[in-house]
Write a protein that binds this ligand. Structure first.
Ligand SMILES: Cc1ncc(COP(=O)(O)O)c(C=O)c1O
Length: 430
């Protein structure tokens, strides 16, 4: 592997080149379309033959991401600063990670808040935002969202005496119409929390339209982009959201969370913080010492996504091109799964929205989803069953806690795996 390791490179006096173009040895350079075989070669976990359709829960990890984490830890590393190489390495990791996430999401590096998980960051931001709420203020949440973008707001509202307004989706179409959000807005609305894509059924609401309505009502928009970011290029500047959360472990990176927030909105907020900790944005939103190794891994994941295809321009340009090729790859496979499922008796696909990610929630007449998922697992196919913390959505679909089998796609999935999945289901749902 070409990644420069500490053992074959003496440490330079200036900043070590922690992450550079050469982190993708397994993907040949030059003009390159989306080459799924080359991409698969970068994931050691695929070597056991397992078909991973559990990407929406967490993706597999390419070697370069693991290497970046390892190298960050094995190089000289200390708290951030500029006096020693160790301090400068830490500083450089943070700078590079904010730049990478800025490119990934089309946000400014100083709008990037790094944290333990999207859930933890959302709890923190809900507490901070709700400090400004008064009794009788209103917040808007949806029944489509993962609970990480519901409960923090509901809990904060209860503490502030604010009213919770619920936006419903249509189980028949899987759609969350913009009008349903509009109907819950008022002059008292302070925050609207909505997903960019459902991790249960893939629905992608029209976030831009929701942002316009939210702002017209004088409220802030908090978008859960955890599921969306794994499948589409995000354009935070263009989206109109005030906050957008994502989780690197869903897009080939390590287990951590990120929220970007508009600079002028962040400037107004006063999160709880330690007295000696900096008051700068975004650092004042990041409690304690940053996880440098996870930040290095996150940068490597962004670079890996960027390098899935080869095109010209800035990293942002190349990333957008790469994500578009990924979208085409995943869409083709999704259609193949759907065509196969439609041939099977007693199968219901609950993912029906016009705009959706390649994430299919499936139930089987007279069969437990968990039982089907276990059969798949015994045959080397990972497609778990459940409601996946989309607590309200699963209930709204009438599926309760049991939910369904979720088949989700990631960059490394291939047609052969889809065919194995359909064959196995055909043998088991007759
Ligand atoms: C759509 C969605 N939102 C939020 C989360 C929570 O993310 P985290 O694990 O970073 O807290 C998940 C995790 O599965 C998710 O799928």
């Amino acid at each position: 592997m070409g990644y420069d390791r500490p053992d074959d490179h003496p440490y330079p006096d200036d900043l070590a080149p922690l992450l550079a173009d050469h982190v993708f040895p397994a993907l040949p350079a030059g003009s390159r379309a989306f080459d799924v075989d080359a991409i698969r070669g970068c994931f050691p976990a695929l070597s056991n033959g397992t078909a991973y359709f559990d990407g929406p829960g967490g993706s597999q990890t390419p070697t370069v991401v693991a290497d970046a984490i390892r190298d960050a830890l094995l190089r000289p590393l200390s708290n951030r600063g500029n006096t020693t190489i160790a301090a400068r390495n830490a500083e450089e990791i943070v700078v590079q990670c904010r730049l990478a996430l800025g490119d990934l999401l089309n946000a400014d590096p100083d709008e990037v808040i790094f944290g333990r998980s999207m859930t933890a960051l959302t709890f923190d931001l809900a507490r901070t935002l709700s400090a400004q709420w008064r009794a009788g203020d209103e917040i808007v949440v949806t029944r489509l969202d993962h609970d990480a973008n519901v409960r923090p707001w509901v809990i904060a509202a209860a503490a502030a005496g604010a009213i919770v307004r619920w936006v419903d989706f249509d189980p028949a179409t899987s759609e969350l119409p913009v009008q349903n959000v509009e109907a819950q807005l008022s002059a008292r609305t302070r925050v609207v929390a909505v997903t960019a894509a459902s991790n249960l059924i893939g629905t992608m609401p029209d976030v831009r339209a929701i942002a316009a309505l939210t702002h017209a009502a004088g409220a802030l928009l908090y978008v859960d982009g955890v599921h969306y970011t794994a499948h589409h290029a995000v354009n935070f500047r263009n989206l109109g959201a005030d906050f957008f959360g994502c989780s690197p472990y869903k897009f080939l990176g390590p287990h951590c969370g990120v929220v970007v927030g508009k600079r002028d909105v962040l400037a107004e907020l006063r999160p709880d913080k330690l007295l000696p900790a900096t008051d700068r944005v975004p650092e004042r939103f990041e409690h304690g010492t940053l996880p440098y190794e996870l930040m290095a891994g996150t940068t490597a994941a962004v670079d890996f996504l960027t390098a899935m295809t080869s095109s010209a321009g800035t990293r942002r340009d190349r990333l957008v091109a790469s994500m578009s090729a990924l979208g085409h790859h995943e869409d083709t496979l999704r259609q193949r799964i759907e065509a196969g499922l439609h041939q099977l008796p007693g199968v219901t696909i609950h993912s029906r929205a016009r705009q959706r990610t390649p994430t299919l929630l499936i139930t089987f007449a007279g069969r437990d989803a968990a039982e089907i998922s276990a059969v798949l697992a015994q045959n080397g196919i990972n497609a778990p069953a459940g409601s996946f913390y989309a607590y309200e959505a699963s209930r709204r679909l009438g599926l309760g806690e049991a939910g369904g089998v979720r088949v989700g796609l990631a960059p490394y999935n291939i047609a052969d795996e889809v065919d194995r999945l359909i064959r196995l289901l055909a043998e088991n749902v007759r």
